[in-house]
Design a protein around this ligand. Structure first.
Ligand code: NDP
Length: 434
């Protein structure tokens, strides 16, 4: 804490991992001898830079850019870029730290990193977003590369932004390094099923958790928060498995639709018009909008899939979920549950999968995009989606097995932390003190 003041999210993420590792650390003295933990919590490199750009009125604006290259024990740094006004170094460090473990779980030989900016894309014109992205890449390009560090999207960074970033990278370096960014458009190196991957993967993970209890998603009602990339494709997959999704949200409030979310309408509002969830209600009779509220108070739902942002489920919200009979929480977002909320899930017997396991499908499919780029191939949707399913089932089983080994069957947090830590720590020991 003294070394990293005012980084509460980073402390929270580190605490949650270290808390799980007591038995593992004592079982292997070389982890202590090689100071694995001390090295793990210190990013290999942190880059902060000025991002000046000119708005549509001709005024110069200045944002701050970040790239935290956290750990490369298992492969090149890999992790998204977030453009959101709440971004600061502590947020990027928490995301980068989580990414190290998540990426290990995918088995795809990728290290962990994260980046972004406090730039707010809401309300900006295409031209402004483009000029911002070009300025951001004008500094970032020197730090990244297909075998060094491979950024992708996250909150506020989708296909449009990746396109502008890639264009500027190519222009500065004079190289068509398709593998330098993932989440690209299909026509120039993108992967089929990448837009769907995080949401689909989260639902696949939830399905495995239910199957393990002899249940399925069919006929269950589901609460989803957020209305961005992860939320939309979590809804699509859950509906295809016969679940009824009854909510969406954004930072302005929550929508409850007891008839089930109309996915085509939602996609039109979010993907075509870049609108808000309140627009959904004006075009759908069965739905109501709860301004400033969260979806967790809705008194319907057996499964909860938080797909918006960190710490969106507090102890107060978790109590509501428990009282309303939610049986399972699988995190599409990164660290959406506070530690107090997780305690409530445990006390109430709610099955709980942390983001680093449940939302790993996005980065796993980004690694599949890198494979396709290296081979100059494009796989079919089915091939990529099947591989994604295989990876998610494998992560699920790995977590369960590690938890069982630790004497805590069904503890996905413990299982995810232990299984991923071992992979990263062993590589760090084998690679010496670096
Ligand atoms: P998007 O930008 O596409 O969507 C984010 C959604 O969350 C929007 O509906 C947004 O609403 C809402 N949101 C963001 N911040 C807040 C806030 N402070 N309060 C309430 N709502 C908020 O991002 P993604 O869907 O890509 O990402 C969602 C989550 O999933 C993040 O935690 C991200 O790190 C995680 N994730 C994403 C992956 C991916 O492949 N995209 C991979 C793994 C994890 P509004 O528009 O009002 O801000």
């Amino acid at each position: 804490v003294a070394r990293n003041p005012v980084e509460p999210e980073f402390h929270q993420a580190v605490h949650e991992v270290i808390e799980s590792l007591g038995k593992v650390i004592t079982s292997r003295p070389e982890y202590g001898d090689y100071a694995v933990l001390e090295r793990l919590v210190e990013p290999e490199r942190q880059i902060m830079f000025r991002v000046p750009w000119v708005d549509d009125k001709g005024q110069v604006r200045v944002n701050r850019g970040f790239r935290v290259e956290f750990n490369s024990a298992l492969g090149p740094y890999k992790g998204g870029l977030r453009f959101h006004p709440s971004v600061n170094l502590g947020i990027i460090k928490f995301l980068g730290f989580e990414q190290v473990f998540k990426n290990a779980l995918t088995g795809q030989q990728i290290g962990g990193g994260k980046g972004g900016s406090d730039f707010n894309p809401h309300g900006k014109s295409d031209g402004e977003v483009m000029r911002f992205c070009q300025s951001f890449m004008t500094e970032l390009y020197r730090h990244i590369g297909p075998n060094t560090d491979v950024p992708a999207g996250d909150i506020g960074v989708g296909g449009r932004e990746i396109g502008y970033l890639f264009g500027q990278y190519k222009r500065i370096t004079n190289r068509f390094d398709a593998g330098v960014l993932t989440g690209k458009s299909l026509g120039w190196g993108g992967s089929l099923a990448r837009p769907e991957a995080t949401g689909y993967g989260t639902v696949r993970f939830a399905q495995s958790m239910l199957e393990n209890k002899g249940e399925s998603l069919e006929g269950k009602s589901v609460l989803v928060s957020g209305s961005g990339n992860v939320a939309i494709y979590a809804i699509e997959r859950a509906q295809s498995l016969g679940a009824k999704v009854v909510s969406i949200s954004d930072s302005s409030g929550a929508v409850y639709d007891p008839d089930g979310i109309d996915l085509e309408l939602l996609k039109d509002i979010k993907e075509v018009r870049r609108g808000r969830v309140s627009d959904y209600v004006s075009r759908r009779r069965s739905a109501d909008f709860r301004s400033g509220k969260k979806v967790w108070a809705i008194e319907e739902g057996e499964v909860a899939l938080p797909c918006a942002t960190q710490n969106e489920i507090t102890s107060h919200d978790a109590r509501k979920l428990a009282n309303n009979g939610v049986q399972l929480v699988a995190e599409g977002a990164n660290m959406p549950s506070t530690p107090e909320a997780i305690d409530i899930y445990n006390t109430a017997g709610i099955m709980y999968a942390p983001g680093k396991a449940a939302n790993a499908g996005g980065v796993a499919t980004s690694a599949l995009e890198m494979q396709q780029n290296s081979a100059r191939q494009q796989w079919t949707f089915e091939k990529t989606a099947d591989k994604l399913d295989e990876i998610m089932i494998n992560i699920h089983d790995t977590c369960l097995q590690a938890a069982e080994e630790m004497g805590e069957p069904g503890d996905y947090v413990l299982g995810a932390n232990v299984a991923s830590f071992r992979l990263v720590a062993d590589a760090m020991v084998e690679q010496g003190i670096c």
